[in-house]
Write a protein that binds this ligand. Sequence first.
Ligand SMILES: C[S@@+](CC[C@H](N)C(=O)[O-])C[C@H]1O[C@@H](n2cnc3c(N)ncnc32)[C@H](O)[C@@H]1O
Length: 265
Amino acid sequence: MTGTEPAAQEIDTTRPHPARVYDWFLGGKDNYPVDEELGRRIAAIDGGGAPRAALANRGFMRRTTRALAQEAGIRQFLDIGTGIPTEPNLHQIAQSVAPDARVVYVDNDPIVLAHANALLRGTAEGVTEYVQADARDPRAILEQAARVLDFGRPVALSLIALLHFVADEDGAHDLVATLVDALAPGSCLVLSTMTADFEPENVQKGIAAYAAGGVTLVARSQAEVGTFFKGLELLEPGIVSVADWRPESEPDGPISLYGAVGLKR
Ligand SMILES: C[S@@+](CC[C@H](N)C(=O)[O-])C[C@H]1O[C@@H](n2cnc3c(N)ncnc32)[C@H](O)[C@@H]1O
C-alpha cells in the first residue's frame, strides 16, 4: 500500500461521505448514521433509484472488467475511485479470468484506505496494490501506479462512478486526458457517470440533497460524456445507461448513470 496512512480521526463521521453513502446503497456495513440518513433521503426522493443505480453500476464494472480481460486480453487494470470493498471486487473479476492480472486501486477517502486490505487479497500469480491519491492529481497516480503497471503495455483505466464528483472547473477533462495520454495502444477507458437525461427531476432533487450534505455532484448529458472519449474508439454499444451496456438481464427501471468503454488504437 502506498500513500499516507490515515489516523482514525481523519474519518469524519459528522458529515456524509460519497464512498460511505454508496456503501449504504449497496447494503454494506461500512457507513455511519450521517451516511445512512442522506442515503435514505435520496432513496425516498427518487423512489429507490439511487440504490438501483449503485447495483446496476457494480454490474457494469463486472461486465466491462470481464469483457476487457476475456475479449481484449488486458492484464493490467488501474481503477480510480475504487470505493469501499464490495465483493466481487474488480481484481476478483479480472483475476478469475486471468490469475496473473495486475490491479492498482486508487481512492482519496481515508475510509477506503482503512478497508484496503480486502482489496489486496488477490491471486498468488497476480498483483494488487492500493494507492491513496486524488484523481485531480493524475501525474502522482501515474507515477505510483508505474511501480506495478507497465504503461508500455495495455491498461484498462476505470473511472467508474467517479467523474460526477469532479466538476469540469475542477479539471475533469484534464485528468482524463492526462491519464489516457499515458496509456499504450490497446488500452481502454471504462467510465460511468451520472446523468439527468433520463429522470431530470429526481436527479436534480438528488443533487440538491447531496449538496445539503456538503457533497457536490455533476450530471452530464450523453454528448458531454462523449467528450471524455475524444480520440478513442467507443466499443459497442457506445454510451448507454450502465444497465444497457451488454446486459445479462432486463434492466429494472431507468438508471441515471451513463457507461461506456473506449479503445485507444
Ligand atoms: C460512488 S463510489 C464508486 C466506487 C466504485 N468505483 C464503483 O463504481 O462501485 C465513488 C468513489 O470515488 C471516490 N472519489 C471521489 N472523488 C475522488 C477523487 N477526487 N479522487 C479519488 N477518489 C475519489 C470516493 O471516495 C468513492 O470511493
